[in-house]
Design a protein around this ligand. Structure first.
Ligand code: ATP
Length: 322
């Protein structure tokens, strides 16, 4: 390869910047020219593509968000638009594309290579950690820690006012973030989209805890799931059972902030490995993590399988409830 491009797509995640830096510096090390595409697939379609230099990625390793900007781009769902996007790259002599993003972005990347023949490598970048084939995603560790920071503060109020808090965390249709945050925050309960929320059972357990003298305050972590307003609805239903929890929706603070040390190292390694896999002749794959090792995952697998919650971790979470 003489020339490649990199873009970030979907929800931004802390660590996307060090991932871009990893791609750029590794490619330059191998004598490959690197272009940055602005605003994900939107920039690809519009030809908003510019050369990146080593200096251009200086001083970004510690910054949240993505300096290439990210976007959701509904047009990219159409095959004709994807074909136009490929011609934008070919016009500039770009021979391969590295996509940093979530499940949707990497599904789009797979279709792009399949239809246009332009080699693509994916890098998992999402705070949700919901991508099949990889134990970890860039931004997940930072988001867990950001949520914990907030919940530790909320717990002071829950404790002082002897109230329960329903704290809603992100994660889209996956409960990964909620389970990790719940365990690390010592949450009294965790509600995830993989299982139906049983308000009656939650209410009953809170009443039992109180009766047993285990206290009448605590944190219930609720994953946002696919249902907007879910947490407020749970609070309303709990009121019918005699409980009046406070609701705190953490929202977008979970997506921003300085990437953690873990995410910076992960992003740097995956960025570098993406280029190395490309040079080794791989494509239509994602660089993932399996038991601490970087592995190649066919992008096709992401479209066919869904990542499930770790049953061991769920079991531990349940055992740790009081
Ligand atoms: P996150 O879940 O962290 O927000 P994501 O990459 O899953 O990240 P999506 O909104 O699902 O976020 O996808 C981002 C973009 O990827 C979409 O706006 C679209 O441009 C492209 N994309 C998603 N799904 C597909 C698909 N099935 N076919 C083609 N392109 C897609």
């Amino acid at each position: 390869y003489k020339s490649i491009a990199v873009l970030t797509s979907g929800g931004d995640a802390p660590g996307m910047n060090p991932a871009i830096r990893g791609v750029v510096r590794t490619a330059l090390h191998h004598g490959i020219k690197v272009y940055g595409v602005q605003r994900g697939y939107s920039g690809l379609i519009n030809g908003d593509i510019h050369v990146l230099s080593s200096k251009g990625v200086s001083n970004i390793v510690q910054k949240g968000g993505t300096f290439l900007k990210s976007a959701r781009c509904s047009e990219f769902h159409q095959a004709t638009i994807r074909a136009n996007a490929a011609s934008q790259l070919r016009k500039l002599g770009i021979e391969a594309l590295i996509v940093i993003g979530g499940d949707g972005s990497l599904t789009g990347a797979h279709l792009f290579e399949e239809e246009t023949g332009l080699p693509v490598i994916g890098i998992p970048g999402t705070i949700d950690n919901d991508i099949f084939g990889t134990d970890d995603t860039i931004g997940f560790d930072t988001a867990v820690n950001t949520a914990l920071n907030a919940i530790d503060k909320i717990r002071d109020t829950a404790d002082s006012h002897e109230r329960y808090f329903l704290v809603e965390v992100m994660g889209r249709s996956s409960g990964f973030l909620a389970v990790h945050v719940g365990i690390a925050a010592g949450a009294e309960m965790i509600a995830v989209p993989e299982f139906a929320v049983d308000v009656e059972a939650i209410s009953l357990q809170l009443a039992t805890s109180k009766r047993k003298g285990l206290g009448s305050s605590g944190i219930i972590v609720v994953a946002e799931g696919n249902a907007p307003g879910l947490t407020n609805r749970i609070a309303e239903q709990m009121a019918h059972h005699g409980h009046t929890p406070y609701v705190s929706i953490l929202g977008h603070i979970q997506r921003g902030g300085h990437p953690s040390g873990h995410d910076r190292v992960l992003a740097s390694c995956l960025g570098a490995k993406a280029v190395e896999y490309l040079l080794a002749g791989y494509s239509d794959m994602m660089v993932g993590v399996n038991q601490g090792q970087v592995v190649d995952v066919p992008l096709d697998n992401l479209t066919r399988y869904r990542k499930g919650l770790d049953p061991e971790l769920l079991k531990i979470a349940l055992q740790l409830h009081k």
